[in-house]
Design a binder for this molecule. Structure first.
Ligand code: 5GP
Ligand code: MN
Length: 352
């Protein structure tokens, strides 16, 4: 049995023969293709849109990539990143791209709202929408849905598409680098429970193609500004509150803290995982004042602790059991902290 045949046996159940055929029919015949992902795009969002873009390019298909807003600078190195268009920077041109597309890929999000300012055009455009995603409870907004909440990343789902549609031979180094990045970042470097033998088998196949994983790690994780590293140190030593008995850790950073360390977008990425890394901590919460009256929430947990439920019930958000996000609006940071304290006190009582 070839490596490819072996891999094929474990691809996501989302890629049914019907879905594969329907997607192929939409791609055939010179369709105009646009690819989108969620706002504040993370490694999996950027990795999946660019991975698919490179796979299509290898097949002679030209696609336009549109994202709601910019991603953190630590992903700038990704091949093809310079060709991405941003709605926040070119609203009319990017709405025209989506408005005139025949096929619209919606990657790494499960509802139009997750695409921020692009939500309306995604909802109303005449394109056939193909959602490929791994978040729980998807909205039925797309004509074709590949939704697999058991899969650790959208990038793995894209790899599975390449395998199950028979185009794995189109996997070039550019695509491999992008898809690898998304798998690594969304699995916390292969540590989350969502990682399977198949995840590693796909990675092995990417390495066999010549992917230099050490280069990807260095470009993504070991190229941080000094001020970012110092911000993490400050946050952990001066802004961390531990609820020892309950096993909860919370960091809250205000605009003044961020200014002090010359914050740029992406600088606090990974901080929430540092909280989770503390012995005894089962739930980690990171709060960042992004504008006056707006506090972004990032939640992580170990094992059965369900932060998705907490984020959707109290922070207008969602995500996965062990990684979720949300927002608190109309509150100062101090009031937001008080609200989180109250939510946690209730949560602790409920767990008893
Ligand atoms: P992060 O903490 O890295 O921003 O997000 C963690 C997870 O929660 C990601 O899977 C992300 O898609 C999800 N998430 C983050 N923010 C939101 C939000 O505002 N709404 C929903 N539904 N999910 C979110
Ligand atoms: Mn993802």
């Amino acid at each position: 049995m070839t490596t490819e045949e072996n891999l094929l046996r474990k691809v996501s159940v989302g890629w049914t023969p019907q879905v594969l055929q329907a997607m192929q029919e939409l791609l055939d015949g010179g369709s105009k293709i646009a690819i989108t992902a969620h706002r504040s795009p993370d490694g999996d969002a950027v990795g999946s849109v660019l991975g698919l873009f490179h796979l299509f390019a290898a097949q002679g298909l030209k696609a336009s990539v549109v994202l709601p807003d910019r991603f953190a600078a630590f992903l700038d190195w990704m091949p093809g990143a310079a060709s991405i268009r941003f709605h926040s920077e070119e609203p009319e041109a990017t709405e025209e791209i989506i408005g005139t597309a025949d096929v619209l890929f919606c990657l790494d999000y499960n509802a139009p709202d997750r695409a921020g300012s692009l939500a309306e055009v995604i909802r109303t455009c005449s394109a056939k929408r193909i959602m490929i995603d791994h978040h729980r409870d998807p909205d039925a907004f797309a004509e074709l849905m590949v939704s697999d909440p058991l899969c650790g990343s959208t990038c793995e789902l894209i790899c599975d598409w390449a395998l199950s549609s028979g185009c794995w031979s189109d996997m070039n180094l550019e695509a491999a680098q992008c898809l690898y990045t998304g798998i690594v970042t969304d699995t916390g470097s292969f540590r989350f429970p969502s990682v399977t033998g198949h995840t590693h088998a796909v990675i092995a196949a990417l390495l066999d193609l010549g992917l230099n994983h050490a280069e990807v790690h260095e470009a993504t994780f070991d190229d941080q500004s000094l001020s970012r590293v110092q911000l993490h140190g400050f946050a952990l030593s001066e802004r961390l509150k531990i609820w020892e008995e309950a096993g909860i850790g919370v960091i809250a950073l205000g605009l003044n803290d961020l200014e002090r360390f010359n914050y740029v977008s992406g600088d606090t990425e990974g901080l929430v995982n540092r909280i989770l890394g503390i012995r005894g901590v089962q739930m980690a919460i990171f709060m960042r004042e992004s504008d006056p009256g707006k506090v972004k929430m990032s939640l992580r947990s170990k094992g059965m602790v369900d932060v998705q439920a907490l984020a959707s019930a109290h922070f207008s958000g969602g995500g996965h059991t062990n990684a979720a996000g949300g927002v608190l609006l109309g509150l100062s940071l101090a009031d937001a902290k008080a609200q989180v304290d109250a939510v946690l006190e209730n949560w602790i009582i409920e767990q008893r």
